[in-house]
Structure formats: structure tokens, C-alpha cells
Design a protein around this ligand. Structure first.
Ligand SMILES: NC(=O)c1ccc[n+]([C@@H]2O[C@H](COP(=O)([O-])OP(=O)(O)OC[C@H]3O[C@@H](n4cnc5c(N)ncnc54)[C@H](OP(=O)(O)O)[C@@H]3O)[C@@H](O)[C@H]2O)c1
Length: 411
């Protein structure tokens, strides 16, 4: 059986290091105080030596990092990459196109893995192919370690912990209201278009797509994705559909099953639009707009046209736009007896790049530096979620990295 030996050549390999987010992960690692103080060995990896060397050259602090060249479908090179790493962090997407071999070799070599996919049907396939083997060997394979879906998954986890600590009960329902400012990467749009083109919209629509067998309720009515506007008394605000919720809700529901949250557990999330009549109008417009655009993008010629004018892979928002962005996820948890807990996860910097890079790199560092402290201990493994695979260690790491993860005082 493969083991996760500490003696491998690299502690962490950053795969996809020449991409838009990949370049930011290199900068994050190069500047991270713990990478230096712990003497971590790390490498930039991808399909092009020239591009990787250019990224390394442009990034102060990355001089000592290694370079690993491996095309995503080159089975031998990918196997070697995983055999030489304790942890692989991947930003090479669309993941359904470039990620399957990498996860397979990580499982085969007992190499822990994190990524920033939001491609739920792809992850469903990974669960079917690799969960049992990764569990048996104690290897953590943890997708969704970016803005999809760490704020959602950790909000639900924090809500449950606060309820237990304060009232000795669990949450039976958690809601999250998001506010975001930021743009889109070409790579993110390419992943969305690839998912739509591969005809997996039916799978994406299943609210419990990622749940283990037997943890899939027969009546889905209460868990359907919200389509219309609503006024929510807990947030005192108008809410509309949040475009990432069809990813995040599936991840939180898998966490609920893996971590044993309350039976019949309810989780939902929304975009917060504010108070008053203008917000009500915005919520209605957003609901109609998102329904129409989703339906339109399923039509191949419309999708091809949209793809032509969208930012291309490798491109993304300007530095000013990324630095000027922000996100806020306000959460509310309820218990069966009517108790309520509240809190918030928030950060400066755009969600798709600055926050995603921070969350992904801190996830990889949690695996590399704090394996024994993670949920389930050092031998725990499987196709996990951020909350079930990284838990409070990640909460603490993100706080130290400047992110707000707050539980409000009881009133
Ligand atoms: N969870 C989140 O919140 C979040 C946020 C942002 C992005 N994402 C996802 O992250 C992924 C990357 O986004 P991005 O903006 O960084 O995209 P990008 O700039 O297009 O980067 C894609 C990366 O994939 C690599 N790649 C392409 N084909 C390859 C192949 N055959 N073999 C090996 N590597 C290959 C590219 O290498 P080259 O440089 O050599 O072309 C590049 O490094 C996307 O799937 C996106 O949806 C998620």
C-alpha cells in the first residue's frame, strides 16, 4: 500500500502554476512566513517548462522552488509528480478536462490533494471511483477549496459548533446570505461552459448530488434551489438566487452527511440585495435574469456566442479590480427548539482570486504542516469536503491570514 511518507522530494506541488490563479498561488507560497520558517520544499508544476520558469523568474521568493513538467494526460509524468509530493494543490481547470489523471495518481501514491473546482458532476465521478480507496489508505482528496465552497462549508460548521457550545443542541437549519464584489476569470467561464456543453445539467440540478449512498432524501421539495426573490426576516433583507449556490449547497450537504449534522438538515444560500423597495426590485430582476440566462446558456449556439465574447482561459480581472473586491457571507443557524446563532465570514480582495488563493494555499498548508490535528486524525481519508477534511485547523489558519470568521455574541 502506498503511504504518505514525509521523506518525499516536495512537501507541496502547485499544479497549474502558470494559470491565472496558479500564478497567484506561487506568489502566496513565496511570501508565506511559514513556508520559510518550516523549511517546506515546494515546486511549480504544469505542462510547459518555459511558462513555469517565466513565472518563477517573475516571483521574488520562488527561486528555490522546483519545477515539475507534466502534461495532464501524460500518465507516467503525472504518476512521478504525485510520487514525489506529500501534497498536491491544483488550479489546472476545467478540472473535468485536466484533473482526472491527477486525482487518480494522488490516490494511487497516497498523496493528499486540494483544488478549486466547482464542477460538481466531475467530483461525483471522483467520489464513485476513489472515495473508498482514499478512505482505506488515509489519503485526503479535498476539492472545492476556493470561494466555492469554503465560506459556505465553514459557515455551516461554525454555526453547528456555536449552537452546540452555547445551547448543547445542533443546528437543524442554516442559511447564508452572500454579498460579493469582483470579476470573472476566463478559466472559470471555460469550466462553466464545459460543464454545460457536456450535458450534465441534470446532474448539476440534483440538490444531493454529492451525498453518500443512503444519505439522499426521497422528498427534495424543501431543498430545491431558490428561483425567486424573498424577504428574509433573519437577515432583515431582500434575497435573490446566488449563482454559486448550486455548487456550495451540494458541498455543505455532503459535509452534513460525513460529519453527521442533524437528521433532515436544511442548508440554503442566497445573494443579499439589501432593504427597501429598490432591493425588492433588484431581487425580482435578478431572479428573472438568472433563470433566463441559465436557460439560454443551455442552447448550444447561444452558449458558443457567449463563449466567443467572454474572457479567455489565462485571463482575469485587473490587479485593481482584484484588490478592490470583497465578499461577505452572513450566516444564521436555527435549532429544533428555536435557538438561533449568527456570524459572518468576510475578506477584502475579490472572491475568485484573492480570497480563493488564500483559502486554497492555507488548505494545502494545513495538510502539509498540521496533518495530525485535522478532523479524524492523521489516518483519516476519502473524498472529503473542506469542513470534514480540514475543519477548525483551516478556520484558525484563515483567521491568522487576516480573514474574518466570526461568531456573534449571544443576545
Ligand atoms: N473555486 C473558485 O472559487 C474558483 C476561482 C477561480 C477559478 N476557479 C477554477 O480554477 C480553474 C483555473 O482558473 P484560472 O482562471 O486560473 O484558469 P487559467 O488561467 O485558464 O489556468 C488553467 C491552467 O490549466 C493549465 N492547463 C491547461 N491545459 C493543460 C494540460 N493539457 N495539461 C496541464 N495543464 C493544463 C494551464 O496551463 P498553461 O498555462 O500551460 O496554459 C493553466 O495553468 C478553473 O477551473 C476555474 O473554474 C475556481
Amino acid at each position: 500500500m502506498a503511504t504518505n511518507k514525509p521523506s518525499r522530494k516536495y512537501d507541496v506541488v502547485l499544479y497549474g502554476a502558470s494559470g491565472f490563479v496558479g500564478r497567484q498561488t506561487v506568489a502566496y507560497f513565496a511570501a508565506h512566513p511559514e513556508v520559510k520558517s518550516a523549511g517546506l520544499s515546494w515546486a511549480l508544476a504544469g505542462r510547459s517548462a518555459d511558462k513555469l520558469e517565466a513565472v518563477q523568474k517573475a516571483c521574488p521568493g520562488a527561486e528555490k522552488a522546483g519545477i515539475v513538467v507534466a502534461e495532464a494526460h501524460d500518465a507516467k509524468a503525472m504518476d512521478q509528480l504525485a510520487a514525489n509530493a506529500r501534497v498536491v494543490l491544483s488550479t489546472a481547470g476545467p478540472f473535468a478536462l485536466y484533473g482526472s489523471e491527477l486525482v487518480a495518481v494522488c490516490v494511487r501514491n497516497g498523496t493528499h490533494y486540494v483544488d478549486i473546482t466547482g464542477e460538481t458532476p466531475w467530483v461525483k465521478g471522483l467520489i464513485e471511483r476513489h472515495h473508498k480507496e482514499a478512505q482505506r489508505q488515509g489519503t485526503r482528496i479535498i476539492p472545492f477549496c476556493g470561494f466555492d465552497s469554503i465560506p459556505s462549508d465553514l459557515s455551516a460548521r461554525l454555526a453547528n459548533e456555536a449552537m452546540l457550545e452555547r445551547y448543547g443542541e445542533v443546528c437543524t437549519a442554516v442559511k447564508v446570505a452572500f454579498s460579493i464584489r469582483g470579476g470573472f476569470n476566463g478559466g472559470t467561464l471555460a469550466s462553466l461552459f464545459n460543464m454545460l456543453a457536456s450535458g450534465q445539467t441534470e446532474a448539476m440540478a440534483d440538490p444531493f448530488l454529492l451525498n453518500p449512498e443512503g444519505a439522499h432524501p426521497s422528498d427534495l421539495t424543501a431543498h430545491a434551489d431558490p428561483l425567486g426573490p424573498r424577504h428574509d426576516v433573519d437577515f432583515s433583507a431582500w434575497l435573490g438566487p446566488f449563482m454559486m449556490s448550486t455548487i456550495n449547497t451540494r458541498v455543505v450537504r455532503r459535509s452534513a452527511a460525513l460529519l453527521g449534522y442533524a437528521p433532515g438538515y436544511f442548508y440554503q444560500e442566497y445573494l443579499r440585495l439589501g432593504r427597501g423597495p429598490a432591493a425588492a426590485l433588484a431581487a425580482t430582476t435578478l431572479s428573472v435574469g438568472s433563470f433566463t440566462s441559465q436557460a439560454a446558456l443551455r442552447v448550444a449556439p447561444i452558449r458558443r456566442l457567449a463563449q466567443k465574447f467572454a474572457p479567455q482561459p489565462g485571463a482575469g480581472p485587473s490587479v485593481a479590480s482584484m484588490d478592490g473586491g470583497s465578499f461577505r457571507a452572513q450566516w444564521v443557524g436555527h435549532s429544533a427548539s428555536g435557538n438561533m446563532v449568527r456570524g459572518m465570514i468576510a475578506d477584502k480582495g475579490d472572491p475568485g482570486n484573492r480570497a480563493t488563493t488564500k483559502m486554497l494555499c492555507e488548505s494545502a498548508l494545513a495538510l502539509a504542516l498540521q496533518l495530525d490535528e485535522l478532523p479524524g486524525g492523521s489516518k483519516h481519508g476519502g473524498l472529503l469536503t473542506p469542513a470534514s477534511g480540514l475543519g477548525d485547523v483551516l478556520v484558525q489558519r484563515l483567521r491568522r491570514a487576516g480573514m474574518t470568521l466570526q461568531v456573534d455574541a449571544a443576545k
